[in-house]
Design a protein around this ligand. Structure first.
Ligand code: UDP
Ligand code: MG
Length: 320
């Protein structure tokens, strides 16, 4: 571990924003005020993830009043993971904080995060204490997704959020040494190791309209999370294969014994059931394998994670 600087020069805040025009100005102002109290210089980089509302115009307006507020606009909606990466690649600070644009991640926690970083933590995770605001469905899906990944992938992301502070060293590792296309930021930061610290916060209600995640995008995230951290589903298929093989031996033995005792082998229904069961096992297995192949295909295509169509206040050459 490297020693964290005592007097940091710049702290960057990255704010991914997708159609957040409504509440963005308030959120940015609140974040800016909190950063102001930290006693360091700061910058806020809003990454407009292909919004089709006033989000980027808002950033433009804010930056004319304060040049420390910067913006990057992606050419279309690439998803939050890509938006966060774009922010990380453009951030110049010694510490980088990633925070949502809807004030659900309380900026009030920022001073504590900076404090922990100054004390030596290289990753400060902000962990959700409660998800009271979310509907039962949202909570249930978050629970299932987090538990699945935690138990299968062997990394702890229970109740974790993307609200984190990363030391410059960690940011450089994420940007330069983790070239994978499909990213699951929460999992990656746990996987890295290094000195971590956990802070807890209550999820506030959303400023502005409803959540930007659809059920499909959550499912997408869960599949990405699973396939990028574990190949256990593939192993389960193999076990399943052996289980049906053993079952098959029992049925053969049973049939032979019946024949020896001169009983006709009946069981048209059994055949249909076996066919259906094994058929569906095979199809599910193919689907699982397909998911992994699809991920490999995505990686091999090696396309950029995002494309930028406009910048405010950030250096174009900064793109690595
Ligand atoms: N977001 C994004 N791209 C997307 C979806 C969301 O940049 O495709 C941003 C969004 O603007 C917000 C953050 O990610 O700042 C979290 O999104 P949201 O509040 O909709 O999700 P939740 O709070 O339910 O996790
Ligand atoms: Mg939110």
């Amino acid at each position: 571990m490297t020693l964290s600087p005592q007097a940091p020069t710049v702290i960057s805040a990255i704010v991914p924003a997708y159609n957040e025009g409504q509440g963005l100005a308030i959120a940015i102002k609140t974040i800016a005020e909190t950063l102001e109290t930290s006693g360091s210089s700061w910058e806020i980089i809003v990454v407009d993830d292909g919004s089709n509302d006033q989000t980027f115009q808002q950033v433009d307006l804010l930056s004319t009043h304060d040049h420390r507020i910067k913006g990057v606009a992606l050419s279309r909606n690439f998803g939050k993971e890509a938006a966060m990466l774009a922010g990380l690649e453009h951030a110049t600070g010694e510490a980088v904080i990633i925070i949502d644009a809807d004030l659900q991640h309380p900026p009030a926690l920022i001073p504590d995060m900076i404090e922990q970083w100054r004390l030596g933590a290289q990753i400060v995770h902000a962990v959700k204490r409660d998800r009271k605001e979310d509907s039962f469905g949202q909570r249930a899906s978050a629970y299932v997704i987090n538990h699945l990944i935690s138990s299968l992938g062997g990394i702890n992301i229970k109740n974790s959020s993307d609200f984190k502070l990363l030391d410059r060293e960690i940011v450089d590792i994420i940007v330069h040494q983790l070239p994978e296309r499909e990213r699951f930021f929460r999992g990656l930061t746990s996987w890295l190791g290094f000195s971590e610290h956990y802070l807890y916060f209550d999820v506030a209600s959303r400023q502005g309209d409803e959540s930007k995640w659809s059920f499909m995008s959550l499912l997408e995230l869960a599949i990405t999370a699973l396939t990028s951290f574990t190949s256990l589903p593939l192993r389960i298929i193999t076990f399943l294969g052996f289980a049906t093989l053993i079952l098959g031996f029992f049925v053969i033995a049973d049939t032979l014994i019946s024949l020896m005792y001169g009983q006709a082998v009946s069981g048209f229904a059994t055949i249909i059931i076996c066919l259906l069961l094994i058929g569906s096992f095979i199809m599910i297995s193919l689907g699982i394998i397909g998911e992994y192949i699809a991920k490999i295909y995505e990686e091999v295509k090696n396309r950029p994670h995002y494309l930028i169509k406009a910048r405010i206040g950030v250096d174009a050459k900064k793109r690595h």
